[in-house]
Design a protein around this ligand. Structure first.
Ligand code: BGC
Length: 756
């Protein structure tokens, strides 16, 4: 009793402070709105790309002058891609000191995985299954970017995706909505911190709303056609999690969803997001996505696009200039309402107030802070820590790994072995080219072995200029192959670093083939023919088809694009100074023909046994490939081994409002300490809408000393069993359930219970 009273005594004033501060902000927003002209209101809904050259200001003629003038007259609410204290200050100064009301700009930037210091690509970070580490990584990114004047990131991307052909899988958390939701919330917390007006906090943006990851054929920007069941059960949960975590903004998406471009989708933006979820931040369009509705064949012209977008719930126009040009006319014609405009502007102003920009528009513009924070030891150490946690050990036979630290002749081979650019991955706008630690440098930091390095073959013909150029893969020049084979012959162990060039994944980087690009497969086989003692390090932004390697190479390390500290992280794993514990957040296919591939599939009316003769042709399968993944979701090895006991259920009946517990004992049965992700999957056998045969519903990342046993317990209650059902409601339905606990999504350790 006493405790409760004490708690109330603390909580009540706190609640009233929160309520007060939000009403204070509402009051400030309303006061300001009352002073604004229509033109100024529309200005807040307009966002421009930067018009500064990266090396210095150049607001000269043409487009730049037009934007400059608009900034000064209050016709711009936000800018993106203006970065660095000096440049941010300059645009902010124009907005604050020259416009009539001096409303500060909100400065947006794609802080996708770090700023100048690059952390692993988001897909890689997701492979850590370490929610606290992911949150910290986002927080460090925010710290560095905020020191460079940025106060809003277009991240996290929370698009669930099941198709490795889609290049943007590198930006997300993979294929699972449960894992994706936890990661979405963690990234929002990391970026926004405890208080948004903290100097290290920036506003986050959940994108792309919605279903962008379901582009047909994995081809970027392509049509999306999915039903309500998939939309609500698979696509929306991470967005909801981001909204619940207090994300301040949403970005809509380029795709059309079931015939309606997301930018104009009322159902998504108004009904679900703003009404049902009560989201009080603002929605920004994607780059030019208002204008693109004309190409979609949905808007007849730019003016019509503006009408559709505002009615659909898009509050800010990124780089279409359509709101600026047409809202006034649309209002006069009664095609949009004053209330819609006021609502959009109020949402934008609210976030600016919450960031503390009105109190000090230059709060992120401290040159001293910029110098000390960017590239600081704290941030570099964080990137290294996250990189190690992101690595997944896919195969390790004959104790090939860890490598011996002394007395070995190592041949380091492959076009990515000394590459200092690719490990940075895509979306690393602020990082200097070639600023990553390469694998060669990482291995050279260890002195005990003799390392010879051969590129083998060249991967690209010409280094692309950032993300604006197509990657030109070398398919003609085999120079270097012979030297690599010769070096391999002489070596005790060969470390091969193969995979995708850093800009081969990301926006606009869809692939129809998922194998090792260029001559890399040939190189691998030629080297293997003379020395099969190979450790294959794969660098990539998406799942690849690695069948031959999985069969023939004794050790495979999935090293993604791990960022600035890449080479050190990989070397520490190869030498056993860090015991890998990552688990795949996406299924790795056997063939591109399996796309879309995901573990949480439904049974179909014709289920069969994967890899076994089902005794008939007429079941859901391919005649020339297995159904299952080569490396499944949740899979990843360690240098030690873990044994699981059977599952103990507290009861095999559960009441609707009750709960049961499931326990397993996990033992580190190897000789070194290690970490394991203990995973819980559920299967609802029959329901008012068909359910996947298993769905991740919990996991625990545990550390076990060699020989140690820990009991891991999961509580199962109604919340974990709810889904968007046949009646279009989130409900748990009574009936038979199975529960699986194990080391990956294929575990057979099972217990059954009934929800009464
Ligand atoms: C991408 C967004 C990004 C925006 C601004 C678009 O092309 O789809 O994810 O935030 O550009 O750079």
């Amino acid at each position: 009793m006493k405790k409760n009273t004490l708690l109330l005594a603390i909580l009540l004033p706190l609640a009233s402070i929160i309520a007060q501060s939000s009403t204070t902000i509402d009051r400030k927003v309303n006061n300001l709105l009352a002073k604004m002209t229509l033109e100024e209101k529309i200005g807040q809904m307009n966002q421009y790309n930067g018009f500064w050259n990266f090396t210095g200001p150049s607001p000269k003629g043409g487009d730049a002058a037009y934007k400059y003038q608009n900034l000064a007259s209050g016709k711009v609410g936000s800018m993106l891609n203006v970065r660095g204290v000096k440049q941010v200050k300059e645009v902010q100064k124009i907005a604050v000191e020259q416009s009539r009301l001096g409303i500060p700009l909100i400065i947006g930037f794609d802080l996708i995985h770090g700023y100048e210091t690059v952390s692993p690509i988001p897909l890689a970070e997701s492979a850590s299954w370490d929610i606290a580490a992911i949150e910290k990584s986002a927080a460090l990114g925010a710290k560095e970017a905020s020191a460079a004047g940025i106060n809003w990131t277009f991240a996290p991307m929370v698009d669930i995706t099941r198709d490795a052909r889609w290049g943007r899988v590198m930006e997300g958390a993979g294929e699972d909505p449960y894992l994706g939701s936890l990661i979405a919330a963690a990234r929002v917390r990391g970026f926004q911190g405890e208080n948004l007006d903290d100097i290290h906090s920036i506003a986050a943006c959940a994108k792309h709303f919605a279903a962008y990851g379901f582009a047909e054929g994995g081809r970027d920007y392509n049509t999306v056609d999915i039903g309500l069941n998939t939309l609500h059960n698979i696509v929306l949960p991470p967005f909801k999690a981001a909204a619940d975590a207090g994300v301040k903004t949403f970005m809509n998406s380029f795709n059309d969803l079931n015939g309606i471009p997301a930018t104009a989708d009322r159902y998504l933006q108004r009904e679900i997001l703003k009404e049902e979820w009560g989201f009080d931040g603002f929605v920004v369009s994607d780059w030019g996505s208002l204008r693109e509705m004309i190409d979609h064949g949905y808007a007849k012209d730019r003016k019509h696009a503006g009408e559709l977008a505002l009615n659909g719930g898009s509050d800010m126009d990124m780089e279409s200039y359509i709101y600026l040009d047409y809202i006034e006319t649309l209002l006069k014609e009664g095609k949009v309402s004053q209330a819609q405009i006021d609502d959009a502007v109020a949402r934008i102003l609210r976030v600016k107030f919450e960031l503390g920009l009105f109190e000090d528009p230059y709060k992120y513009c401290d040159e001293e802070r910029e110098k000390t924070v960017i590239g600081s030891k704290e941030i570099l150490d964080g990137a290294l820590d996250m990189a190690k946690k992101s690595i997944v050990l896919l195969k390790n036979e004959k104790q090939t790994l860890p490598l011996k630290k002394e007395g070995q002749k190592i041949a380091l081979i492959g076009p990515l072995a000394a590459d200092k650019n690719s490990p940075l991955g895509n979306w690393r706008i602020a990082a200097a080219d070639n600023s990553a630690v390469s694998v060669l440098e990482g291995l050279n930091a260890y002195k005990g072995n003799a390392i010879t390095h051969e590129q083998g073959v060249k991967l690209v013909n010409k280094i692309p200029a950032g993300f604006h150029e197509e990657v030109d893969i070398n398919t003609t020049d085999r120079a270097g192959m012979e030297e690599a084979v010769a070096a391999a012959k002489e070596a005790d162990v060969v470390v091969m670093v193969l995979g995708e060039y850093g800009f081969q994944s990301g926006e606009g980087r869809s692939r129809a083939h998922l194998d090792l690009p260029g001559f890399q497969q040939e190189l691998l086989e030629k080297v293997h023919a003379v020395n099969s003692n190979i450790v294959l390090v794969v660098m990539n932004g998406r799942p690849l088809v690695l069948n031959w390697a999985a069969e023939n190479i004794p050790a495979i390390v999935e090293a993604w694009h791990l960022g600035t500290q890449s080479g050190h992280a990989i070397a520490q794993v190869l030498y056993g100074d860090y015991n890998p514990s990552g688990k795949l957040p996406m299924s790795f296919p056997r063939s591109v023909g399996q796309m879309p591939l995901y573990y949480n599939q439904k049974s179909t009316g014709r289920p069969g046994a994967d890899g076994e003769d089902a005794g008939s042709v007429f079941w859901s399968h391919y005649g020339d490939e297995r159904n299952s993944a080569l490396f499944p979701f949740g899979y990843g090895l360690s240098y030690t081994s873990f044994d699981y006991s059977d599952i103990r259920l507290s009861d095999n009946k559960m009441n609707r409002d009750g709960s049961i517990t499931a326990q397993v004992d996990v033992t580190n049965s190897g000789k070194i300490d290690g970490k394991e992700v203990v995973q819980l999957y559920l299967y609802d056998h029959h329901a008012s809408a068909t359910r996947p045969t298993r769905e991740l519903k919990g996991f625990k990342l545990i550390e076990l000393k060699a020989g140690e046993t820990k009991t891991v317990e999961f509580k199962i209650d109604q919340e974990r069993l709810k889904f968007y059902n046949g009646a279009q409601k989130w409900e748990a339905e009574p009936g038979d359930f199975s529960l699986y606990i194990g080391t990956d999504s294929t575990t057979k350790r099972r217990a059954d219970f009934v929800l009464q």
